[in-house]
Write a protein that binds this ligand. Structure first.
Ligand SMILES: *[C@@H]1O[C@H](CO)[C@@H](O)[C@H](O)[C@H]1NC(C)=O
Ligand SMILES: *[C@@H]1O[C@H](CO)[C@@H](O)[C@H](O)[C@H]1NC(C)=O
Ligand SMILES: *[C@@H]1O[C@H](CO)[C@@H](O)[C@H](O)[C@H]1NC(C)=O
Ligand SMILES: *[C@@H]1O[C@H](CO)[C@@H](O)[C@H](O)[C@H]1NC(C)=O
Ligand SMILES: *[C@@H]1O[C@H](CO)[C@@H](O)[C@H](O)[C@H]1NC(C)=O
Length: 351
């Protein structure tokens, strides 16, 4: 098998239900080569029609690695396409979520020039689509759906990847619609509808006191409906490294709790919340053509660190009002430097 050939691994125990044909149970993994994929040295295609369902009960994973369900590893030129549905049947996992969080995602691990398109992803036990270690990847026209209260069900999580494009997709879930992890560059997100969910988030970054490098992230034409956050950047004070050259443009918010937010003091463990001298540097972030409503009184919250302030923030043509009739919204900026033109609520940035 050469480097170009594609392997589809179905780890552990998985049941495949195809709507029109038979039911088969697959142990370990199978090779898409046996299912009509070609190894022409250029492109392999896997088409998925019908529904692939995960085992319903966590106990079916006993003795197996529940972190592995559908994964594509070390692939090049693999385009997963179809009009099918990947159903994670996550409810039983969510119900025990405090004890155990398996990563039962649809995963691409280490790949070049690959894509996912025209598929539905529903009710993953955790992240719906995980892309890690990929170079040149696109996600187009996917629908992701899990209940608003399903814990940790990110829509798409991206890690250690470059040259990603996410377009024309709808994401409704219980956590971030899209989250961008520690080492990523050149990510273009366009025409995405998010909500319910926690918004489009860069971070959280640097949780393990590690170095992070995230740059050239462009989010344009996105709408957020009743999400907890909109355009978010969150970093841990204990982290190091940078987030830079970020653009959030042409965004529309409908009843969003924190429409624009940078939290450079992110911590969900009490001890990590104390003021530190370290931090992830955030610079050159542009917010442009942003409209809509906030459900809280702080529509813009750029809460940066004292020791590593946010620099080069630019806001232009931003108009955020309250989702509640007769209420006002304000902007809060702490240690955030930059310039603003035509921004309401105002003032915020330090010059
Ligand atoms: C992807 O491309 C890089 C750089 O050309 C190469 O080192 C790597 O082996 C490729 N990976 C796969 C899975 O083809
Ligand atoms: C997702 O799971 C929830 C809870 O089990 C269920 O109510 C809902 O119908 C499922 N969504 C889809 C699209 O099947
Ligand atoms: C953004 O949306 C507008 C209006 O829906 C459309 O005209 C424009 O082409 C979109 N831009 C991109 C980059 O898709
Ligand atoms: C926002 O979501 C609600 C359901 O939560 C839906 O009824 C409404 O049509 C959506 N609005 C937009 C602008 O998409
Ligand atoms: C800003 O961050 C500090 C430190 O975490 C926190 O105490 C404060 O409440 C935050 N302010 C706002 C307006 O979010």
């Amino acid at each position: 098998m050469d480097a170009f050939s594609a392997l589809l691994f179905l780890y552990g125990l998985a049941s495949l239900h195809f709507t029109r044909s038979n039911l088969c149970t697959v142990e370990d993994h199978f090779d898409v080569m046996d299912y009509g994929a070609t190894s022409d040295g250029y492109t392999d295609d896997s088409r998925i029609s019908g529904t692939i369902m995960a085992p319903k009960s966590p106990s079916l994973w006993d003795g197996k690695d529940a972190s592995q369900w559908l994964g594509f590893k070390d692939v090049s030129g693999l385009n997963v396409d179809g009009l099918g549905t990947i159903d994670g049947q996550g409810k039983a996992w969510w119900d025990q979520s405090c004890r155990y969080h398996p990563q039962l995602a649809f995963k691409f691990i280490s790949c070049n020039g690959s894509s996912v398109s025209n598929l539905n992803f529903i009710n993953s036990s955790q992240t719906h689509i995980l892309v890690t270690g990929c170079n040149s990847f696109s996600i187009n026209n996917v629908l992701i759906e899990s209940p608003q209260n399903s814990p940790n069900t990110d829509g798409i999580h991206i890690h250690s990847s470059q040259q990603l494009v996410i377009t024309n997709s709808q994401i409704r879930c219980g956590d971030d619609c899209i989250s961008i992890g520690d080492h990523n560059s050149n990510i273009q997100i366009t025409n995405v509808e998010c909500g319910p969910g926690h918004g489009i988030s860069i971070g959280s970054l640097g949780k393990s006191r590690n170095y992070v490098n995230v740059e050239k992230i462009h989010v344009t034409n996105a709408s957020f409906n009743r999400t907890t956050n909109g355009a978010r950047i969150k970093t841990w004070q204990v982290g190091r490294g940078y987030v830079r050259d970020i653009v959030f443009e042409n965004l529309v918010f409908n009843s969003v709790k924190n429409p624009i937010i940078i939290d450079q003091n992110y911590c969900d463990i009490r001890d990590a919340c104390k003021e530190q001298v370290t931090g992830v540097e955030i610079s050159n972030v542009i917010y442009k053509e942003i409209y809509g409503t906030s459900t809280t009184g702080i529509a813009i919250n750029l809460n940066c660190s004292k020791s590593v302030p946010c620099r080069g923030i630019s806001m232009e043509s931003v108009l955020l009002t309250s989702a509640k009739a007769g209420r006002h919204v304000t902007a809060n900026c702490r240690n955030a430097y930059g310039q603003e033109i035509d921004v309401i609520p105002y003032p915020c940035l330090l010059g």
